[in-house]
Design a protein around this ligand. Sequence first.
Ligand code: NAD
Length: 274
Amino acid sequence: MENPLKIVIVGCSGRMGHVLLECVFADGELVLHGAVDRGDVDGVVNPHLGRDAGEQLGKLSGVKVVDDIAAALKGADVLVDFTRPEASMNYLAACQQAKVAMVIGTTGFSNEQKLAITDASKDIGIVFAPNMSVGVTLLINLVQSAAKVLSEGYDIEIIEAHHRHKVDAPSGTALRLGEAAASALGRNLEQCAIYGREGVTGERDPSTIGFATVRGGDVVGDHTVLFAGIGERVELTHKASSRATFALGALRAAKFLNGKASGLFDMQDVLNLR
Ligand code: NAD
């Protein structure tokens, strides 16, 4: 490829970071420009710093892992972020400063942090989506259609399962699916969500959307949206079996941002599903 897109991966030593590196190395339209991670982990120097980003994958890339985000962004096209909200906020500010587009896959942001992302999108192109897989992006559309048809007499419950290391709950994807159902029904998710039940809860309020969270083992990510009526249930389910689905979606989003000077987009935009 003549001018491959220059990608910076932050959180490059994490679970998603590793899969992203593999996918960048395998894609002829992309080149690894920078690999960034934090300088220390709980007071211990990050052992990956200064080593080749591809070393652990058995593929030397000539790019060393650094913690200096400003240096890594020089001359870059797109930064891909799968880290933690507080880290993402720092990377967002650095991208805004350097005018580098950003793909944000991190989940667990507060409303205030989401507003900061919206604000930054006036200066740089951003794709922000809690789930970058093609299947889940389609599922969001299917949930909206189902909610419109099953708007009366059907209770909506969202069940999600993830691996034991996941730190936020319910998952960003479950919340996005809840928002899709709520908006199709003219409801506000913040007002109608029930996050778990315990004790004498009383009968179910039909206007609510319930969430149930399962954590364990190495589950990559399962989501079911259940529409439970009288005499029938409709279940829309997505199961991810490999993190590659998220990484490939994120890199598709990076290519989508090429040439976009500003704007906030999600995977619906990337896949032209609006
Ligand atoms: P992980 O814990 O394996 O990796 C996190 C990475 O971020 C590590 O490299 C870590 O060093 C780095 N990091 C953490 N705190 C940091 C800080 N304060 N400053 C700088 N770097 C920091 O996690 P993971 O499983 O790779 O998931 C990362 C994020 O991506 C999570 O929020 C997860 O929910 C999300 N995720 C999103 C999608 C999607 O499709 N959008 C898919 C999978 C995971």
